[in-house]
Design a protein around this ligand. Structure first.
Ligand code: S3P
Length: 457
């Protein structure tokens, strides 16, 4: 992980100090969407020729994917553009021309890199080991190994095929499968769809709860037929036919709604705030955080930009400018389906709930135990230390508010979303809040702490 040059707020090494803010004003431009940036680089690897990606996220996770694309034999040129975004030019020989024995591919902290590359490499003429840091080595992989093996892929993993590293021995003929995902996971769905591109026949994935659909949209933007339909409930059925060619294209990545969520909650929960976040992706499968906050009474205005214009037409993603202002928040019930749709925003939604009148219950959040840290434990410990009334009951989170938070020491557990949640808490808490291991923010949002200081008015 990249380290920060100096700890923000002047705290001792390994900590950041965030002081209470009297006013929040201004505009932030968040990094390019992390999920879309990973997929854009991966699709550029699959496509023979020259791909251009503008406005990608420049966090450590996306850089891990770029490093793997390079190790597999593509030329990857990265240039920094304004606001901490990265532009990439990728020249790839296509999947059949990859380096056959690249050795260990370092996914760093990135579960998306590990799981999606497993699906991509399963049908490519490559033998490789997908590995990463200590946190990644604790994340479950049976969920991808089982469906990919059912397609004929050869994969092995540590601890009875449950934990990374994952060894993929590609070069085998894959067959289509009809798979129902037991846990809602866009990573699992995407790994199967990418393998399905190389499989013989029609691969079908059924999700009981629909997850983010960037892979489907980005394949369609490249002319690949991907059929998807609601399953009549909260789920979806997605089909892809094997054998389609993925062409190289130029594309623009929208701003990351998961990063924007930090500023939305900062503004809504602060008594004197008015913030604008430009060019944020508002894909229906990613916007749940906006809708939940709005239901809680958050004043969020959304102005669509670029609809029908080239800059969003190519990735097929709707984009909007968002404005959020100080709000009177009320508690809400968040269902298990909504948890799946707002999986990365649950920590910051917990902070919003501490400032909302009444009891907020977040149901079926057990999957948070398997993220970059055990986020259920981490969020309860950090917000609890700040004075929140928060408890974890089985897989449910229960929060009573509003509570005036008081600055104290918190620990991010080296998890980017916890580091940023506790930093936002520091803006609204009294006194100063210390965040242990704040560098983790750079996993998805390298400029986070300078954006945070810039909006103090
Ligand atoms: C992601 C899917 C989600 C999310 C992760 C990114 C993706 O994980 O938590 O940050 O890009 O597909 P799961 O699909 O495993 O829940």
């Amino acid at each position: 992980m990249e380290r920060l040059a100096a700890p923000p707020g002047g705290g001792p090494a390994g900590t950041a100090i965030v002081a209470s803010a009297s006013r929040l004003r201004g505009e932030n431009r968040v990094p390019g969407d992390k999920s879309i940036s990973h997929r854009a680089l991966m699709l550029a690897l699959m496509a023979e020729g020259v791909s251009q990606i503008r406005g990608a996220g420049d966090g450590a996770d996306v850089r891990s994917t770029a490093g793997i694309v390079r190790a597999l034999g593509a030329t990857v040129e990265r240039s920094e553009s304004a606001g901490g975004l990265a532009d990439y030019r990728v020249v790839s020989p296509g999947l059949d021309g990859l380096v056959g024995d690249p050795g260990v591919l370092d996914c760093g902290n990135s579960g998306t890199s590990l799981r999606l590359f497993a699906g991509i490499l399963a049908g490519a003429p490559v033998k490789a080991t997908l590995d990463g840091d200590d946190s990644l080595r604790r994340r479950p992989v049976a969920r991808i190994i089982e469906p990919l093996r059912a397609m004929g892929a050869r994969l092995e993993a540590r601890d009875h095929d449950t934990l990374p590293p994952v060894i993929v021995t590609g070069g085998v003929a894959l067959g289509a499968i009809d798979w129902t995902t037991p846990v809602p996971s866009a990573q699992v769905k995407s790994a199967i769809l990418f393998a399905g591109l190389r499989a013989n026949g029609i691969t079908r994935v059924t999700e009981r709860v629909a997850t983010r659909d960037h892979t489907e949209r980005m394949l369609r933007a490249r002319g690949v037929t991907v059929r998807s339909a609601p399953d009549g409930g909260a789920g979806a059925v997605i089909e892809i036919e094997g054998g389609a060619r993925v062409p190289a294209i130029d594309e623009q990545v929208p701003g990351d709604p998961s990063a924007a969520a930090f500023w939305l909650v900062a503004a809504a929960a602060h008594p004197d705030a008015d913030l604008v976040i430009r060019s944020v992706g508002v894909n229906p499968t990613r916007r749940a955080v906006i809708d939940i906050l709005t239901r809680m009474g958050a004043r969020i205005e959304e102005r669509a930009v670029g609809v029908g214009q080239a800059r969003d037409a190519d990735v097929g993603e709707p984009i909007a400018d968002l404005r959020a202002q100080s709000s009177d928040l009320t508690a809400t019930e968040i269902s298990a389906e909504e948890v799946a749709a707002a999986i990365d925003e649950i920590p910051i939604l917990c902070l919003a709930a501490t400032q909302a009148r009444g009891r907020t219950t977040i149901r079926g959040a057990g999957e948070l135990r398997h993220k970059e840290s055990d986020r259920l434990a981490g969020i309860a410990a950090g917000l609890g230390a700040l004075g929140a009334r928060i408890s974890v009951d089985g897989d449910d989170i229960v929060i009573d508010g509003p509570v005036r938070l008081a600055g104290t020491s918190t620990d991010s557990l080296d998890d980017h979303r916890l580091a940023m949640t506790f930093a936002i808490a520091g803006l609204i808490a009294s006194g100063t809040t210390t965040i242990g291991r704040p560098d983790s923010a750079a996993i998805s949002y390298p400029g986070f702490f300078s954006d945070l200081e810039r909006i103090r008015a």
